[in-house]
Each structure stands twice: as C-alpha cells, then as structure tokens.
Design a protein around this ligand. Structure first.
Ligand SMILES: [Zn+2]
Length: 344
C-alpha cells in the first residue's frame, strides 16, 4: 500500500500545479454569470492558462464589449481597473465581459522580464495588500510573460503566423501571439480562446489595458486599429476634459500579433489598447515601485484606465449603432483620492 502513496501524492501535486491561479475578486450586483476562458477553448480547462470571464448582462440588449486586464500581469493599473468594473459596475444596456487576468499563467510568477529580455528563473509573484470595508485583500503583481514552467523551452526565434519574427522569449508574450492557435503553445491557446470569445459572443469592441515605462514613447497612449481611429480621436479629446492627456496612435501594418491589430483586422470588433505610465517598468529598475510612487500614483493610473474605457463606451453607439450603458462606477476623483475604497 505504502508504495502507492508517493506516486499518488506526486499525481495530486501535478494536478494542483496544473490548475489556474485563483484571485480575490468580490463580484458585485452587476455580475450576472461567471464563465471560464476554457468555455471557449476546452483544452485550456485545468491548465494554468484558464481564467475567469465575468459576464455583466444588462436587461436591455445592446453592444457586447470585452475589457481585458492582465495581458501583462505586472501592468497592474489595468488589472485593478478590470476588478473595479466587476465589483462596482452595473449594466443597464448591452453586455460587458471582463477578464482581469487575460494571461493567468503570467500572474503566477515574477521573473522581472522587460521589453528586451526575459528572465526564466521562477520567483513567486509579489502582492499589493490593502484594506477594504470587507477586510484585507491582496492583488497579485505577476510578470509580463507566461510562466516558463508552464511553457518550456523558448524557441530561438518566435515566428508569428504572419511570418513576422520575434526573439524566442516573445513566444510567451500574449500580446505578440494573437490570434493564437487551437493546438499551439499555452500562450497561443489563451489567445485563441480570447478570439473564440470575441467571435462567439459577437463582441463589438475590445479594450486591452496595458502600462508602459514612464519614459516610454507609449505611455499615456491610446492605440487604435485603423478602422476605429476616428472613434479613438473623439475619445481622446473628451478625456482632455478630465485632465487625461493621451496621445493617439494607429496599429502598424508591420508589427503583428498585437491585440489592437489582430482583433481589429480579424474580427468585427473595434480594437483599442490603452497605456498608462508604470514606474516599475522603467529600464534598470531593481525595486519595482508600482503602487506608491508619488509622481505616477497607482490611484491616478487606475482612474485613467477606468475613464478611458468609459469614454470609449460613450462613443460606441455613434460608431456601431449599439449602445452599452454602464452605471455605478466611482467618479474620476473618487478613484484618484481613495482608490482602495472603490473595491468591495
Ligand atoms: Zn503591456
């Protein structure tokens, strides 16, 4: 009997490791059902790439919108903005799909990987810890790329399905592998699942929330697929009234695998990507200060992400003839002044 115990324990341990990471999210009244990404690609089930999809369906039919945080799980303002919609928003018209951790495997480690390199030594992720009315909670700060223990051996060169080549470590970057493959790597399967969701649910607009280094050309930018650059321009003008100064940029034809390019080109959805400035992503940073840097405060960055999305939603009817109406989100200053009280 005893000789079966070790193999059994190893088997159970392997099963545990294969499960996705679970997070402290406290869904509010707006959430009408919770799905999994594996509902759209069954081979992701019970893998670290599976992730929860929060569905917030309004009584009145309207636009279907997908909000993504955690494509890069160290870009924490997008994750925190996504969680706030799940916990606080109610939808009266249309349906909102929220995925706070688009690449849930990336949330399970921290390798300090940046734009040009990728450490593959696995260290545990960090957490932002804060108090709410319902007690203390933690939000994970993970990595930019899929955990190398979930997707072994980067190729020397990653060749995107378009033929465009990237350094091998970008095979684990969800925002380089779109639209993915059903039988590909874990990262490609996650991407494929997101594309299946967009097609199956008839998504009209996708916003993929990111952050960039504070001196990066991309920080404070709204990147738009060319087909929705006019809508982006109108949103950016409106955002100025809130004191948000965003640049407008259009997807490049040569740079492939990015969400704003591939969702926009390959599906009916309008596709946007937002970037706020994150000091933890500055080059050479050894002590990531993602939450408390006074110049690039997390509360401000989350407020900017939330209101970029709400502003885009305001223009959706003008460009698609379908509306989404989102209510009960904290106002811009409330988020800026007391971020953590904006959660359940
Ligand atoms: Zn990013």
């Amino acid at each position: 009997m005893r000789k079966f115990i070790l193999p059994l324990l190893l088997f159970v341990a392997a099963l545990c490791i294969a499960d996705p990471l679970f997070h402290d999210v406290r869904p509010g009244y707006g959430v009408t059902s919770i799905k999994w990404l594996s509902d759209y690609i069954p081979s992701l089930k019970r893998t670290p790439g599976d992730t929860r999809v929060y569905v917030m369906k309004g009584e009145k039919p309207g636009a279907n919108v997908l909000l993504l945080g955690g494509t890069h799980t160290n870009e924490i303002a997008g994750v925190m903005a996504a969680i706030m919609f799940v916990e606080r928003a109610t939808i009266t018209q249309g349906t909102l799909y929220v995925i706070p951790w688009a690449n849930n495997s990336a949330a399970s480690w921290q390798g300090g990987s940046n734009y040009e390199s990728s450490e593959t030594e696995t260290s545990p992720p960090q957490f932002i810890t804060f108090e709410t009315r319902s007690g203390p909670r933690n939000v994970v700060v993970g990595d930019r790329r899929t955990n190398p223990s979930h997707q072994i051996t980067d190729p020397a060169t990653y060749v995107h399905i378009s033929g465009v080549e990237f350094p091998g470590f970008e095979a684990r970057n969800l925002n380089r592998v779109h639209p993915g493959k059903p039988d590909g790597t874990l990262t490609e399967k996650i991407s494929y699942g997101l594309f299946q969701l967009v097609k199956t649910e008839g998504i009209d607009m996708v916003l993929d929330m990111h952050e960039a280094g504070t001196k990066s050309r991309l920080s404070n930018t709204l990147v738009c697929n060319p087909k929705n650059i006019d809508m982006g321009a109108m949103a950016v003008l409106d955002m100025e009234a809130l004191g948000i100064n965003f640049k407008l940029e259009q997807s490049s034809d040569e740079f492939r695998g990015l969400s704003h390019k591939e969702f926009g080109d390959l599906t009916d959805a309008l596709a946007f990507l937002s970037e706020t400035p994150n000091p933890a992503q500055d080059r050479g940073k050894t002590d990531p200060d993602t939450a408390d840097n006074p110049e690039f405060r997390l509360d401000r960055r989350v407020a900017v992400q939330v209101y970029t999305f709400l502003t885009l939603c305001n223009y959706l009817e003008m460009f698609t003839n379908k509306a989404i109406v989102i209510e009960n989100m904290p106002d811009f200053d409330e988020i800026q002044n007391d971020l953590f009280r904006c959660y359940n």
